[in-house]
Write a protein that binds this ligand. Structure first.
Ligand code: ATP
Ligand code: AMP
Ligand code: MG
Length: 205
């Protein structure tokens, strides 16, 4: 079995509103200024473009409440499309960063974002888990008016999901011998979390 892509692959996970997309924006700026070849992709974007084209959802936060078989279909499609994009755009020197989730709180229960078929398609070197205290994440969710994350269930729901997120990240990492790298996204300083991810990338090969 092929465990690795020719390019370095890092999957970035964390509960909704912890700051993955914000931190990855900073990572992109840092890699750009170093002249590195890289690609940042958002797994949910791939799923959402298909789901909205089909007329299944109007908003990305509705996807985790679709029938589970539809989510499964979207998830498989996204994983395949992302790897194809990585192969097209990156050579051996490149870095692929995937903005996604190790666990999704669906209407059918906690569901793996990186089950065997997905993680073996993406072939990560490392799975980053972005964390912050549950109270802080809750405040970020409340401030971010463009998104609907109330279904995560407030501070207690976030605390429960944080615990599932660690277990889920390690379970997925085990399938492909990837590391799990925990990064704290400190309030007001997303660039620090980004710098830790850039350091990680440098240690992967
Ligand atoms: P989702 O999984 O739902 O896409 P996410 O993890 O990508 O969420 P973001 O959209 O990046 O989260 O961030 C959520 C909110 O928190 C945004 O309003 C963002 O500006 C804010 N935020 C992110 N990181 C920090 C930080 N370090 N300090 C303060 N605010 C932050
Ligand atoms: P995000 O903007 O990262 O919150 O992604 C939007 C939505 O896409 C999530 O709430 C999930 O419904 C879905 N999604 C993202 N990544 C995955 C994944 N790996 N597996 C299943 N669903 C995902
Ligand atoms: Mg995001």
């Amino acid at each position: 079995m092929v465990l690795r892509n020719p390019f370095v692959t890092v999957i970035v996970t964390g509960v909704p509103g912890v700051g993955k997309t914000t931190v990855l924006g900073k990572v992109a700026e840092m890699l750009e200024s170093r002249g590195k070849r890289f690609l940042v992709v958002n797994f949910g974007d791939y799923m959402f473009s298909e789901a909205s084209r089909e007329g299944w959802v109007r908003h990305r936060d509705e996807m985790r409440h679709l029938p589970l078989r539809r989510q499964l279909q979207l998830q498989e499609m996204a994983a395949r499309a992302i790897r194809i994009e990585g192969e097209k755009r990156l050579g051996e020197e490149g870095v692929l960063l995937v903005d996604t989730h190790a666990v999704i709180k669906t209407s059918t229960g906690f569901w793996p974002g990186l089950p065997e078929n997905v993680v073996k398609e993406l072939r990560p070197d490392s799975i980053v888990l972005v964390e912050a205290p549950p109270e802080v994440i809750h405040e970020r969710q409340m401030r971010d008016r463009g998104r609907v994350r109330s279904d995560i269930g407030g501070v207690e729901g976030i605390r429960e999901l944080l615990s599932f997120a660690r277990s889920a990240a390690m379970a997925s990492a085990t399938l492909v011998a990837a590391s799990v790298y925990i990064v704290e996204n400190v309030e007001g300083r997303p660039e620090e979390a980004a710098a830790r991810i850039v350091e990680l990338i440098e240690r992967l090969r």
